[in-house]
Design a protein around this ligand. Structure first.
Ligand code: APR
Ligand code: MG
Length: 280
């Protein structure tokens, strides 16, 4: 089989970025990320996502999680607001809100209801982890046309979404990311070594990052970064490309200082400010 296309490599330093903050801006000017996840025993995933969203500039971050996770969340990320789920989401359909759904969400009944409610809102959405696993079961019909959506599968999740095995996805990653974007009418980010991004027309490749990032929770950090960039009104395609590169650059900076072996998800959050500074 031939390779369907060769993606263009991203020159991350020349990607369009966030505008400078107006001197009189306030937290309401920089968007509100709503993280939906954190089922019982998996609160850490939503905490990493929320923490990363703040580090990536979101004005406010709220987390909808299982009651078991709320006390932990308050200790891990005191800046975040928390609410119980499942609860009704209708009040979140307002300008400035971006939903990040999936980290640590689980696939139980509550999670299914939550996903249905979230994708019905008109605000931008980042779907990750168990949101993608549930979407794979429901199929593209779950995503009615409308809001901007970013999908962030790792190869295993991509395989479920495409009805393939992981090996086939990895055998032609550019084709997989393009097909995902078309089938689900979303910007798709296929993670792993040399992450690919597609909107169904273009395919771009991020050359940054390292295998030290193969460690639990690093994907949750990416989800938070992407949601924060969208919440700050960056164009969706630019948010996807810049978010992937900042995350990977933070991973390279962290690996330089700490080594690939010791690198863990929280280190990406710690090095994100330096990644932002290098970029500017
Ligand atoms: N080189 C560069 N980057 C890498 C490499 C590598 N070799 N390996 C992993 N990464 C990056 C990926 O590109 C991605 O950004 O690390 C991140 C890993 O994300 P996930 O695979 O989603 O891992 P994780 O955060 O642990 O996921 C948490 O969600 O997706 C589910 O099954 C997953 O339950 C788990 C949970
Ligand atoms: Mg993941």
């Amino acid at each position: 089989t031939h390779k369907s296309l060769s993606p263009i490599k991203l020159d991350w330093q020349s990607l369009p970025g966030l505008p400078a903050r107006a001197p009189d801006s306030h937290k309401g000017s920089h968007g509100h990320v709503l993280v939906l996840g954190g089922a019982s025993g998996m609160g850490g995933a939503s905490a990493l996502c929320a923490w990363a969203a703040y580090r990536a500039g979101a004005g406010l971050v709220s987390v909808g999680c299982h009651p078991d996770s709320r006390m932990h969340l308050a200790a891990w990320v005191p800046e975040a607001l928390s609410l119980d789920w499942p609860g009704t989401l209708s009040s979140w359909s307002r300008p400035g809100v971006v939903i990040a759904i999936g980290p640590g969400m689980g696939q139980g009944l509550g999670a299914q209801t939550l996903l249905e409610e979230a994708v019905a809102l008109s605000v931008p959405q980042v779907l990750d982890a168990d949101a993608l696993n549930l979407l794979a079961i429901r199929g593209p019909g779950l995503l009615a046309a409308g809001p901007v959506r970013l999908l962030t599968p790792h190869p295993g999740e991509a395989a479920r979404l495409l009805g393939l095995d992981t090996r086939s996805v990895q055998a032609d990653r550019p084709a997989a990311v393009l097909n995902l974007a078309r089938r689900y009418r979303a910007i798709c980010i296929l993670k792993g070594h040399q992450t690919l991004i597609s909107d169904g027309e273009r395919v771009r490749q991020c050359e940054l990052g390292n295998p030290g990032m193969a460690s639990g929770g690093t994907g949750d950090v990416l989800t938070g970064i992407l949601a924060a960039l969208l919440a700050q009104q960056l164009a969706p395609w630019d948010a996807a490309c810049l978010g992937v590169c900042l995350h990977a650059r933070a991973g390279d900076l962290a690996a330089e200082r700490l080594g690939q072996t010791s690198l863990m998800a929280r280190d990406l959050i710690e090095f994100l400010p330096t990644a932002f500074k290098d970029y500017a």
